[in-house]
Ligand binder design. Structure first.
Ligand code: 1GP
Length: 246
């Protein structure tokens, strides 16, 4: 079924996803994040990251799956980051980069297991954008992120991603980015896209969240800032509840 994709397409509000890095949360913190997310009516949990050093992915997914009101979507760094317990997976093709391993290589390795898993597959054109410092994602993927101040490259890349059949575009400045993706880049890309646009990386104030939504993000992803201060989820969700700009 395409239930999660349909859910994303039908979002009539500013979508909010909370990213959980299995390496960074203990059981107690996870419980707190879950409670706050339920109250804040978060739309999705994303679970994963470029590098997972612990063996906690499966445990975290199992815990999140107890929450019936919020779907759990995997955000894998490679072909090993699969848990059939989740609802769906962002099958990321790193279209900002030129490393075949992350464009198609890992996908070939993962395909048989993905098919067996029964996970809903969300084909996603994934674009890393320079956020002012080297991120784990660009280091691990051995790719150069898109320049911060070149919206035209971002537009052409996202267009190519949609034309290739991706169902979603995710532009990411990387976890803990100093600079979020500019409003100019978000709105330029959004204007040329008919598929939902996900924006993340360095969103650590309600103002930055609002700016990204206002520029045209359908879903924003918050990770780092929620680990530091789970109450951030509540603050951001208050903005999400305000009438949409679109
Ligand atoms: C990173 O877009 C996500 O892949 C979220 O970034 O951790 O900086 O919120 P932050």
């Amino acid at each position: 079924t395409n239930s999660i994709l349909e859910h994303i397409r039908s979002l009539r509000k500013k979508g909010l996803a909370v990213l959980i890095d299995p390496d960074k949360v203990n059981e107690e913190q996870l419980e707190e994040l879950i409670l706050i997310s339920i109250n804040a009516k978060v739309d999705f949990f994303l679970v994963g990251g470029s590098l997972i050093n612990s063996d906690q992915l499966e445990n975290v997914v199992t815990k999140l799956k107890e929450v019936k009101s919020i779907p759990t979507v995997l955000f894998p760094g490679n072909s090993q980051h699969i848990s059939s317990e989740a609802d769906a997976i962002l099958l990321l093709s790193l279209i900002s980069g030129r490393n075949p391993e992350f464009l198609i290589g890992q996908h070939v390795i993962a395909a048989p297991a993905l098919k067996r898993s029964g996970l809903e597959i969300l084909s996603t054109g994934y674009m890393l954008v320079d956020g002012g410092r080297q991120t784990t994602a660009s280091y691990i993927s051995n790719t150069t992120p898109l320049p911060h101040n070149k919206p035209d490259i971002a537009v052409a890349t996202a267009m190519a991603g949609e034309m290739l059949g991706h169902k979603l575009i995710y532009m990411d400045a990387g976890s803990g980015a100093d600079q979020t993706i500019s409003a100019e880049m978000i709105s330029a890309v959004k204007k040329q896209l008919d598929i939902p646009l996900i924006i993340g990386g360095g969103i650590n104030t309600p103002e930055k969240a609002e700016k990204a939504w206002q520029a045209g993000a359908d879903i924003i992803v918050i990770g780092n800032a929620t680990e530091k201060e789970p109450g951030f989820i509540t603050e951001v969700s208050k903005i999400a509840a305000e009438p949409s700009y679109k």
